[in-house]
Design a protein around this ligand. Structure first.
Ligand SMILES: [Zn+2]
Length: 105
């Protein structure tokens, strides 16, 4: 299990960053895609922005964007979602793939 997956299981959404290139590495990796050096892990900055959503059978799924570049899918806990609104992570986990639940800020 990668650092990314293990941290998600602990309820933390972390991303990797290369200290040498000062670039965020996404999808997360223990190695920089530019210089192949080791990356460091840090918690993502919140809130994110709701990019799009769709509702089906009473459940809402969405894509949220963090730090203007990192897009993740998850479920959305909002009665009246609107594109562009700020969202925070209410829970996250890992079960074969990353699991996120977002709520309005
Ligand atoms: Zn690098």
């Amino acid at each position: 299990m990668s650092v990314f997956e293990a941290e998600l299981k602990n309820g933390r959404f972390v991303i990797s960053e290369c200290p040498r290139c000062q670039k965020t590495i996404w999808p997360p990796s223990e190695f920089c895609t530019h210089c192949f050096g080791n990356t460091v892990w840090r918690t993502i900055s919140e809130p994110g922005t709701l990019v799009e959503y769709s509702s089906k059978d009473g459940k809402t799924f969405c894509i949220a964007e963090f730090e203007d570049s990192i897009r993740v899918m998850g479920s959305l806990d909002a009665k009246t979602p609107s594109v562009g609104q700020k969202v925070k992570i209410s829970s996250c986990g890992f079960d074969k793939s990353p699991q996120f639940t977002f709520r309005p800020e």
